[in-house]
Write a protein that binds this ligand. Structure first.
Ligand SMILES: NC(=O)c1ccc[n+]([C@@H]2O[C@H](COP(=O)([O-])OP(=O)(O)OC[C@H]3O[C@@H](n4cnc5c(N)ncnc54)[C@H](O)[C@@H]3O)[C@@H](O)[C@H]2O)c1
Ligand SMILES: O=C(O)C(=O)C[C@@H](O)[C@H](O)[C@H](O)COP(=O)(O)O
Ligand SMILES: [Zn+2]
Length: 363
């Protein structure tokens, strides 16, 4: 069975396809397309596995009779994206005695995608990984591009590797079971693509905000495909973030600092990025780069989408700044931020004075 779907290709040395459409988790031929060996490990979390793991397993076995499919289920949520759970997955791979031609299937949101992807990157120095994103955020962002990692108490994604997937298979019907808060979190990363490089897309999001919030199928499929096309183009040009790819970090220097300071138990990633994008726009204003009207427009759209736009109360600006000094974009010349010259015109700015960042954090 081949399900009708949209496709985006991520070009490069090892190109791969992103498939987007309803029913793909039941499409064994598509799921098995890149499987080379006779064994695989399905990694998922305690919310997602009961909903979808059996269906994926049945579809894979129907397409590949004899495939030895193992399963490892982790606790759900950002707090599980740790070195300890990464170690658990590697022990499960060892127990299953997976060889180099085996595949890891990462079934879940960005937490599972990042963690299982990192385990696939490290097991025997790298085995195949198929991303099966089940959150909007994972479909539009984390499953694509090959960044894998776990968090440390000291900072987000500090231990990780670039390990592009062999395929990304996004079953949009899985979004039906997604909690509303998680849908909104994914919309933050969708807005990011418009904010950083596509003013027309931001206008489209203004026009389709209600349709997206009510999960209109056509609007969601458009938003996912357009977001994936944006990310695929940037990743193809700069897979290892030597330059342009850093634009995908718009809002993340602030956002990651918030997540770290809250011990990965406060705002979720998309929410933190929403706040971070507004702060990045304010920073651009403080530096005299962009008009206040553009910050107001971004803020209004994020608020319409039900996302937070201000720092949660009680966070200490000095501690946030300390987290930012360990941001992966920081260099010997100091902090580097993704700023913008206005909607759709983001760029990397080095040597940003900490006093300007403090101004923004103190409101
Ligand atoms: N690698 C990248 O390029 C990249 C990009 C963006 C974000 N990220 C990372 O992604 C993570 C955030 O991902 P996320 O927002 O998907 O969070 P998540 O993986 O924690 O998923 C959110 C919640 O939704 C549940 N869930 C997932 N799919 C579901 C479904 N279909 N039905 C019901 N419940 C479901 C999960 O169990 C979890 O409780 C962060 O760690 C972030 O750093 C990575
Ligand atoms: O793919 C990228 O590049 C991104 O920056 C996408 C971000 O949305 C994502 O949150 C990523 O994990 C952040 O990367 P990091 O290098 O800042 O940890
Ligand atoms: Zn992100």
């Amino acid at each position: 069975m081949t399900t009708p779907h949209r496709e985006v290709t991520v070009a490069g040395d090892r190109p791969y396809r992103i498939r987007i459409g309803p029913g793909l988790l039941d499409d064994g031929d598509t799921l098995a397309e890149t499987v080379r060996g006779g064994e695989a490990m399905l990694v998922s979390d305690r919310n997602v596995a009961p909903l979808y793991a059996d269906r994926v397993a049945d579809a894979l076995r129907a397409a590949r009779p004899g495939l030895r499919l193992h399963r490892h289920v982790l606790p759900a949520g950002e707090a599980a994206k740790t070195l300890a759970h990464f170690a658990d997955v590697t022990h499960a791979l060892a127990e299953a005695r997976l060889r180099r031609d085996a595949s890891v299937f990462a079934l879940g949101g960005g937490v599972i995608g990042d963690l299982a992807g990192f385990a696939a990157a490290c097991w025997m120095r790298g085995i195949d990984c198929v991303q099966l994103p089940t959150t909007l955020l994972a479909m539009v962002d984390s499953a694509v591009g090959g960044k894998t990692a776990v968090d440390l108490p000291q900072g987000k994604n500090l231990v990780g590797a670039f390990h592009p997937p062999c395929a990304v298979i996004a079953d949009t019907a899985a979004l039906r079971s997604l909690p509303a808060r998680e849908l909104r979190a994914g919309l933050a990363e969708v807005v990011k693509y418009g904010a950083l490089g596509d003013a027309d897309f931001l206008g489209w999001l203004d026009d389709h905000a209600d349709a997206l919030l009510t999960m209109d199928d056509a609007a969601l499929a458009d938003a996912i495909a357009r977001s994936c096309a944006h990310k695929a183009a940037i990743v193809a040009r700069d897979p290892f973030e030597h330059g342009e790819r850093a634009l995908l970090n718009f809002g993340h220097t602030f956002g990651h600092a918030i997540e770290t300071e809250q011990g990965y138990d406060g705002l979720n990633h998309g929410e933190a990025v929403a706040v971070g994008m507004v702060l990045a726009a304010r920073l651009s204003e403080v530096l005299g780069l962009a008009p206040a009207a553009d910050t107001a427009r971004l803020q209004a759209l994020l608020q319409r989408l039900g996302l937070p736009v201000a720092l949660p109360s009680g966070l200490d600006p000095d501690r946030l700044l300390a987290h930012m000094r360990l941001d992966k974009k920081a260099q010997a010349d100091g902090l580097r931020f993704i700023v913008w010259d206005g909607v759709g015109r983001a760029r990397v700015l080095a040597g940003v004075p900490e006093a300007a960042v403090q101004d923004v954090l103190r409101g």
